[in-house]
Design a binder for this molecule. Sequence first.
Ligand SMILES: [Zn+2]
Length: 260
Amino acid sequence: MISPMRTLLRSLLVATLCLSSSCETYKRLNFYSEQEEAQLGEQAYSEILQGEGKPLITSGANYEMVVRVGRKIAAASGANYQWEFKLIDAPDVPNAFCLPGGKIAVYSGILPITQNEHALAAVMGHEVAHATEHHGAIRMSQGMVTQLGLTIAAAGVSMAKMSDEQKMGVVAALGAGTQVGLTLPFSRDHERDADIVGIRFAIRAGYDPWEAPKLWERMNQLGSSGPGWLSTHPDPLERAEKLRQVIPQILAEEGKLKNP
Ligand SMILES: [Zn+2]
């Protein structure tokens, strides 16, 4: 459990030491243990799955692909999570998420854009990277020293004790769910980190990383008819270009450069 008093004291300390959001201590601020994160992730997962009330797809080629990619990315991440993979039947939702503790959901609306297993691996790698890099917990911790967080902190890590507003705050901070009406982008730093760490996971899992920049170029072509969240996220063409720059280096680091 997170003690509200302990959290308050630490928040005040960080606020004193760290007067700007570019401060390194602030950037890595995380009040949650892995266990607490996983607990919140699991609760948020059932909140989202029940709250959205969308049917799950539990068989067929697409479901098998999501589980296959998920298992390979999970293994490549090296994280010791209680992994779960769900394919949600939502053709109008081009999105995916991974909550802390390895609770993954892919909405079926992303599949016409990913088009192939390699690009899906890039998407799932990116989402898993947000979890393994603790981006959701960091965002919630930063919220504690800024506006929203102390009430969430006071409720500890049990969503059962939270108001609906607090629950939505947690779900949004963890980067998941559509019921809040928008998907909050992580910071530009966290999005960039997730792209890079995620493509490393995809490479390690045996997927072709060059499908990732192509995916971002397809997203860009969709323009305003594409996913609504695109407008609040880093420019897809910039992401494609950055990936093209880093892929050769990551392939080399992973010992895959000479493979076809
Ligand atoms: Zn992201």
